[in-house]
Design a protein around this ligand. Sequence first.
Ligand code: FA5
Length: 345
Amino acid sequence: MDTERIRAIEEEGKKAFAEADSEESLRELEVRFLGRKSELTGILKGLKDLDAEEKRTVGPLVQGVRVALSEAFSAAAERIAREGRDWEAERIDVTAPGVSDPMGHLHPITSLIHEIEDIFTGMGFGIADGPDVESDFYNFEALNFPADHPARDMQDTFWVDSDGLDTRYVLRTHTSPVQVRYMETHTPPFRIIVPGRTFRCESTDATHEHTFHQFESLVVGETGSVTVGHLKRVAETFFSEFFGRSITVRLRPSYFPFVEPGFEFDISCVFCGGKGCPACKNVGWLEIGGAGMVQQKVFEAAGYPRGKYQGFAWGFGLERLAMMKFRIPDTRMFMSGDLRFIRQF
Ligand code: FA5
């Protein structure tokens, strides 16, 4: 075996790989020097026919050349890849300001619920909730709206198709049903708030939506321990903190079947402080929601003995409150899904 020839192949191959200047020519050289039909592979295949003495000298020599040529090939491939790169195009300006991904954020109503929950939990209130799809019993019956009672017309109702069910279901028209649900499983004294989504089947306008949010509050204790005075004081404390200014609450007699006495409650105008301005139509007060002392019939529906407990409840619309806080002219904006509106919060 011609060991000179083997060394010559090594020299030739190394030189050729070092001079290769394109991927294409490199591939051709790989076939020529390392391929299945290359001279070197031929020599490797012929090793088996050599005698033992020759095998010992030629074998390691051919293998060594093969390794050396493989390395020369890899080095050339790396060099060509490097030379072929457009460094200018790949330049990275490490001093350029970063581009941040767009981040979502909470809906203004959700943020408001969190804010209100913070204020109330600070006053020792717990937070309760109930289902959006509610039975007639909790939404009406247990709250002293008997079937066919005209008071049911106070709240235009979305009835859920309840064929085949043993009770009728509605999309809850207010958060008050949670009062009864909570009382069924808790014994006074307690104080809770109930933020939640509510639905009414009514024509929409700037102050009416079919889907909106209410905020219920319920405080119950032994008879004589919870009064209308507490209701007024808690409401004033909450609204003053919420609006960041001193707020007075005014109660006007009103009717809700589940409270007695019942009130509409207003707060002193958050814009003019009660002097009179366009926002409060010059009366100095803003209507907020309904309130009252819990009807004994509601306690009874929840399984409490008549006369043992006394409590107050109120419920108000969150969107209306948000409209005052952020000076939003139309309640329908909250549910519009319009990002131009949502992004302002
Ligand atoms: C009620 O829903 C009673 N459950 C409130 C209550 C609770 C009274 C506890 C006594 C004791 P009313 O139907 O007035 O009451 O609704 C309360 C508030 O929900 C309203 O003052 C208003 O702020 C808001 N609201 C009612 N309907 C809509 C509507 N369609 N769109 C937006 N807000 C509404």
